[in-house]
Ligand binder design. Sequence first.
Ligand code: ZN
Length: 501
Amino acid sequence: MADLKVHNSLTRQKEVFVPLIPGRVGMYVCGPTVSGESHLGHARPFITFDVVYRYLMHLGYTVRYVRNITDAGHFEEEGREAEDKISKKAVLEKLQPMELVQKYTNLFHWAMRKFGNLEPSIEPTATGHIVEQIDMIRQILDAGYAYVANGSVYFDVEKYNHDYKEKGQPYGILSGRILEELEDSGRELDNQDEKRNKVDFALWKNAPPEHIMRWSSPWGEGFPGWHIECSAMSTKYLGERFDIHGGGMDLQFPHHECEIAQSTVCNHEMPARYWIHNNMITINGRKMGKSYNNVIKLTELFSGNHPLLEQAYSPMTIRFFILQTHYRSTLDFGNEALKAAEKGLRRLWEAYEVLKRLPAPAGSASDAELDAKVNELLDGMDEFMSDDFNTAKTLANLFELAPVVNGIRDKHVGADALSRETFDRLQRYFKTYLEDIFGLQDEKGGDNQVLEGVLQLLIDLRKDARGKKDYATSDKIRTQLLELGVLLKDEKDGSVSITFT
Ligand code: ZN
């Protein structure tokens, strides 16, 4: 199998993926801030990295996938450290902050399940790791890269940049930003008077009296800055150096840049080797944002209950729509594109269902040319996925294979056109890619799958009973299934066919 190549944001090029420990991968992905309902913008990173996770496992890696929950009540809004949303809203809605956190965490998990995302190996919360964060802040202070001001602790970006520039790791290494330019920009940031430099960021914030979420620390009561949680939790669960750090492109700066600076001071090296960032979603060509009134919550998307939506879109339609574009390209969200995705998914799934039921050909291929073409398309799928997870091109090959399958069904293509080997491979690839790697599911078939499994179990039990000449039991199974409208018929070749009457 071809080497896996990934685009590394840090080096700005595609690189062959080599894990630190052979056979194992540590992957950290920045999770949601649970101060509100997840929206469409959250769908892309978590679906993207779910497929990365699945593909790494498909390649045989043992993966520890860590995705955090930001619940400690400190948030950034477009690079600006905003006021504490959780506490503010909590007063407004007369709820405990943790009640809100729980509610939105549950909603987030519900949406992830709907999308068919696998659960990460560890999902640590910021509030559950205050001790680790305080410990890391203390290390940064001890190393001389932070200072205390009025009960808050700030990271000294200039000193870091000065010292680490010489070591080839200036502040801005990931995002390509230059510190001097950031300092010259006219943007006013909060707590300006406390900071030595306006680019300095908070590691710990002193909590004003009305702030509900607060913890004791060596610097007084307060709460951690946003960036420190990811440094603390990635170090704890993946080590000082790990393989992959992922997230949306909007997190590159300042969040990931700050993570790199913090972790480097504590652990003396760049935390992750490969930085992978997915591009953003636009809506009808516009950036998503409250000011455009185009933020679509996931619940609205699934119900169609939003002025921009012409209909409801199922979670699998959205998943498929996202996978039809390479993760590094922007993705424009609109009704036409979504309806096309809905149709496309149905077409592929129908071909998959047909393929499952086609009888396998006997032996060698009667159409060598077609047989070779099918194999070429299947080889291409592995190559595309190993080329920086190109789900778009992989799906395009599946679309080219669908007419071959339908052709056999409709008898335009001979039942023996493909060799047995190629046919089996085709079946295997449809299943592996659609279900195991892309995580797509038959949405109407959730119950059918269970039913199929239960029926197979009963057929097996009946066979066992007959084997033991326990005809009372085998007849009971057959009769009672018939009463439920399921007819079992014993075929000559020993198999059992099922008919719903
Ligand atoms: Zn993070």
